[in-house]
Design a protein around this ligand. Structure first.
Ligand code: MF3
Ligand code: CO
Ligand code: CO
Length: 259
């Protein structure tokens, strides 16, 4: 956890806005027949044109510029030749680096018309993220965030992923603290003012264990549900303030969950 000064906070605001703008632009391309690698190429191009760097590319050997996690893919899905199909849900996770700072954000998008179940899990992931974010305030703890996320997800009949979660973010892509999607009030790490974290719950349809897969020549792993059921996720980068929080990766225009 690294407290930032005003200048550094304004750089975090700037890169946060950039990442959310690129996520919205790439999200507009989502439709049946589009390959996940074309989303990667577009994000890569937009990031460079903005004078920024795609953080995932080469991070611990990760070979692509974004993560694209479709249906039963939980996170770190690799863009490739897969063509999106009507009814899929896809999480697109974008992190830009600008002037040394990281903005990390993701959303789950609908590919055309999707099932009621797909909508329910996607809405649940979004609202669970917002419940977690509402707990962000100096002096509160990562356990408060996890407790709020877990409570919401369980109430909706879904399952939060426990093994993976949010993280400190700033000059580094990933730093302390771990921000879980479960927990006890008051436990975990105390949140410090002027530090940034991500809140990024992954929500699964069933309690089935998650499966890890290696990426060749990389320390990064990707994760899927072991029973091929759905998983959804949203992510914001959030500034911790004395009296609350500021979301640094808000899109410029309102969006509907899933679009
Ligand atoms: N953006 C992801 C996160 O939210 C991390 C991706 S790491 C990568 O933390 F190497 F897969 F890109
Ligand atoms: Co993140
Ligand atoms: Co991310």
């Amino acid at each position: 956890m690294h407290p930032l000064n005003e200048k550094e906070i304004s750089l975090m605001r700037s890169v946060g806005r950039l990442s959310s703008r690129i996520l919205a632009q790439v999200g507009k391309m989502v439709e049946p027949g589009v390959s996940t690698e074309s989303l990667d190429r577009e994000a890569h191009k937009l990031t460079l044109s903005a004078g920024a760097i795609p953080a995932p590319l080469g991070y611990k050997g990760y070979p692509k510029s974004i993560c694209t996690s479709v249906n039963h893919s939980i996170c770190h899905g690799l863009p490739g030749p897969y063509l999106l199909r009507e009814g899929d849900i896809i999480n697109i996770d974008i992190t830009c680096i600008k002037e040394g700072f990281h903005g990390d954000t993701s959303r789950t998008f609908y590919v055309g018309l999707v099932s009621k179940r797909a909508k329910a899990i996607t809405e649940c992931a979004y609202k669970a993220m917002m419940k977690g974010i509402e707990q962000v305030k100096a002096g509160n703890s990562t356990g408060d965030i996890g407790f709020a996320i877990n409570k919401y997800v369980v109430r909706k009949g879904f399952y939060p992923v426990m093994e993976i979660g949010g993280h400190g973010v700033g000059r580094s892509f990933h730093e302390d603290p771990f921000v879980p999607s479960y927990g006890k009030k008051g436990r975990g790490d105390v949140l410090q003012a002027n530090c940034c974290i991500t809140v990024e719950p992954m929500v699964n349809e069933t309690e089935a264990p998650i499966k890890e897969f290696d990426i060749p020549n990389s320390e990064i792993r990707f994760y899927e549900t072991s029973d091929q059921t759905l998983s959804a996720q949203f992510e914001h980068t959030v500034l911790i303030k004395e009296d609350g929080y500021e979301i640094l990766t808000l899109p410029e225009t309102d969006f509907e969950i899933g679009y």
